[in-house]
Design a protein around this ligand. Structure first.
Ligand code: AP5
Ligand code: MG
Ligand code: ZN
Length: 213
């Protein structure tokens, strides 16, 4: 299974990704998670990426493509992977196609998680993430049992810096301009499936699984 999750900020890529990798036992490759970890650890990559991520802009293609290529070349990705938040520009999509071709691989499917803008705003501003294990919650739609505490590991929940309202607006605009064209790109390749991402988490997951089977 080689899956790409496409969709605007807050569509539920991370949420569905977590469920899908558990089911198919494949690595979850989220460029957003990789970049946030690098920023936290203040690595060279993190230092370069920080300004872009904080402003809600895309990190330059060259940086991201390199990370993903390296990640997909690792042994655990040989029998499958789930890409979350990559590709995000036509140049990234072409680079992905080229490196898969080199490795003799093909994408199984691109899942486009479709959600209206008003819902996205509410999802992003109410999102809380575990500082320790990265688990994602929502104060209204998917609350932890104890306020501000992770159900899975007891870690502290925090709000992502780029979930501030102004940055969210910028991210949505960047998505429309730079990433949305990929829907047509993958439609043309006949591997695109659009799922109604405004449904409940379990229903979105059920629809995706039904398509993949
Ligand atoms: P990234 O981390 O990828 O952020 P994003 O694409 O903006 O997406 P999000 O993670 O915000 O949303 P999601 O779709 O994962 O939703 P989630 O499941 O959390 O990227 C961050 C930044 O890194 C970018 O801005 C850029 O700077 C940089 N970057 C990353 N990749 C890059 C690339 N390839 N090229 C260049 N730069 C790159 O859900 C959201 C909330 O809704 C949660 O609270 C969740 O609990 C809730 N929720 C989920 N599903 C449902 C549902 N069905 N019903 C109700 N609530 C739900
Ligand atoms: Mg995410
Ligand atoms: Zn946790």
């Amino acid at each position: 299974m080689r899956i790409v999750l496409l969709g605007p900020p807050g569509a539920g890529k991370g949420t569905q990704g977590e469920l899908l990798v558990k089911k198919y036992k494949i690595p979850h490759v989220s460029t957003g998670d990789i970049l946030r970890a690098a920023i936290k650890e203040e690595t060279e990559l993190g230092q370069k990426a920080k300004v872009y991520v904080e402003r809600g802009e895309l990190v330059p293609d060259g940086l991201v493509v390199g990370i993903v290529k390296e990640r997909l070349a690792r042994e655990d990705a040989a029998s499958g992977f789930l890409l979350d938040g990559f590709p995000r520009t036509p140049a990234q999509a072409e680079a992905l196609d080229a490196s898969l071709r080199e490795m003799g691989m093909q994408l199984t499917a691109v899942i486009n998680v479709d959600v209206d803008t008003e819902i996205l705003l509410e999802r992003l501003t109410g999102r809380r993430v575990c500082r320790d294990c990265g688990a994602t919650y929502h104060i209204k739609f998917n609350p932890p049992t104890v306020r501000c505490v992770c159900d899975k590991c007891g870690g502290e929940l925090y709000q992502r810096e780029d979930d501030a309202a102004e940055t969210v607006r910028q991210r949505l605009e960047v998505y429309r301009k730079q990433t949305e064209p990929l829907i047509a790109y993958y439609k043309e390749q006949n591997i695109l499936y659009t799922v109604d991402g405004s449904q409940e988490i379990e229903q979105v997951f059920a629809d995706i699984i039904e398509f993949l089977q």
